[in-house]
Design a protein around this ligand. Structure first.
Ligand code: ZN
Length: 217
């Protein structure tokens, strides 16, 4: 089973929790999939079965077209709920996550108005990087991140371009789902989603803090 770690490889003593994700938080990604801007944040969840180590070869299902969505991930260290006033103290670590998505399966589910779990919440559908302590990052909103696939930059994100800032996103999520220590929040993907396949080499970077080199198994 996966174990949360700091970027210096020390273990983080937290249980694996749920992963709460936001769809459509970057305008450029909404446009690339011809989606509409949601009236309220589009939230969905993955269970702790989804968590996996991004530094190890990434297993993807063969039953559909698996797309990359690289996102900034916030590891929750303190409980947050609808009554929480200050959300920033609840974040223990900041890292990257891949919100793997079976895009063809998701399109079928969307068309029928069905939930997305079969496309989004399968085992190992959320590989996460080691985490950087929140206090070591000056400003989460100032983070840039990128995903390179087989030597070509596919995604470039800038946390400033989130439609809902990470603080407002945490407030919104906590008003619906109490967040517990060990939960992870994904903050949305910028444009550049696309198919990945067995053998692809991936490099995920987050400003000067993280460079993860990995591959698809
Ligand atoms: Zn996503």
């Amino acid at each position: 089973m996966y174990q949360y770690r700091w970027h210096d490889t020390r273990k983080i003593d937290l249980p694996l929790g749920k992963v709460v994700c936001v769809g459509r938080n970057y305008l450029d990604h909404i446009k690339e999939l011809n989606n509409t801007i949601p009236e309220q944040p589009l939230l969905f969840m993955k269970g702790n079965n989804a968590l996996a180590d991004m530094t190890l070869p990434l297993a993807i299902p063969e039953r559909g077209e698996c797309h990359n969505e690289l996102e900034i991930a916030l590891l929750i260290g303190e409980q947050l709920d609808a009554d929480s006033k200050d959300v920033s103290n609840a974040v223990l670590g900041v890292g990257l996550a891949l919100d793997f998505t079976l895009r063809d399966v998701q399109s079928e589910l969307k068309a029928k108005g069905y939930p997305w779990e079969r496309a989004k919440a399968f085992d190992a559908s959320c590989p996460v990087s080691p985490f950087v302590p929140f206090n070591d990052i000056d400003d989460v909103s100032g983070l840039c991140f990128s995903l390179t696939v087989n030597g070509e930059i596919r995604q470039q994100g800038d946390a400033k371009m989130m439609m809902l800032s990470w603080q407002r996103l945490l407030q919104e999520i906590a008003s619906v789902f109490t967040l517990y220590p060990g939960d992870v929040v994904l903050t949305g993907t910028p444009k550049g989603v696309g198919k990945i396949q067995s053998g692809d080499s991936l490099v995920a970077e987050m400003s000067e803090h993280l460079t993860i080199t990995t591959r698809v198994a």
